[in-house]
Design a protein around this ligand. Sequence first.
Ligand SMILES: [Zn+2]
Length: 315
Amino acid sequence: MHAIGIDIGGTKIAAALVDELGTIIRSDRRPTTASDPRGIEDAVVEMITDLSEGEEVVAAGIAAAGFIDAAQSTVYYGPNVNWRHEPLRATLEARLEMPILIENDANAAGWAEFTFGAGRGYSDMVTLTIGTGVGGAIVANSRLFRGGFGCAAELGHLRVVPGGRLCGCGAHGCIEQYGSGRALLRIATEMADAGGIGLGLAAARERKGKLTGKEVGRLIQEGDNGALAALRQLGGSLGQACSSLAAVLDPQIFVFGGGVAAAGELLLEPIRAAYLENLPARGFHPEAEFAIAQLVNDAGVVGAADLARKHVLAQ
Ligand SMILES: [Zn+2]
């Protein structure tokens, strides 16, 4: 039984017809005009109509950034698309003769990773998506953990530095300010300014006019000392966050996705070290596994489709 997954991003809408094994049968992609919520709805309706033509489709899951209510119907707040208390599920179900489920995009991606990727075989998993910001998903006892209001697993806003840097969420000291792609660029820029091991970063900045995340990623792969030190600092902050998460959730595995996770073991190594150093009851507490996400680009659509299918079948 097939389901459709839609992932509404800041610059594009990805859509796919997905089977029960998480395999994409057909897919589609369109640009997003974030300032035009009605245009996005029209595009989603068209994509679902096109993909379901001649197919038996049981449901469609829509993944979007933001806060989604516990009933998975209303987008309380969308950071990319201008949705404020938007009853997206009712709007789409009125236009499509199909059950619709709305899901936070990080939750959808985390579910795909748990079901078809690095989280297979475990019951308790935490994912951290290290992109421009830090996203998160929690699977507890083999179920996606959404919280009482539907707003759980905003792990990027876990406080790691009391009174620390101001975050986009309005609070201070969130892990997003110390463990995101944007934070990596800030740390690398500070190192370029300071000289010393930052000389390679400074030279790259000189060459390109400015330092970019892509350039820092390239220097990491080349083994530049400054870029590697910036990544270690980033990993140290993330590892501390993981030790706190272990105290609350006790996951068997932490999975890292997003652009920065392309650094692979170079990222996992400092995370693991800081996690172990800060783990409560170290030496007696079983140690979690650390892994890189396997479903890189398709996780959002695959997870949204699978969640929608399982939601309908459970009824
Ligand atoms: Zn925050």
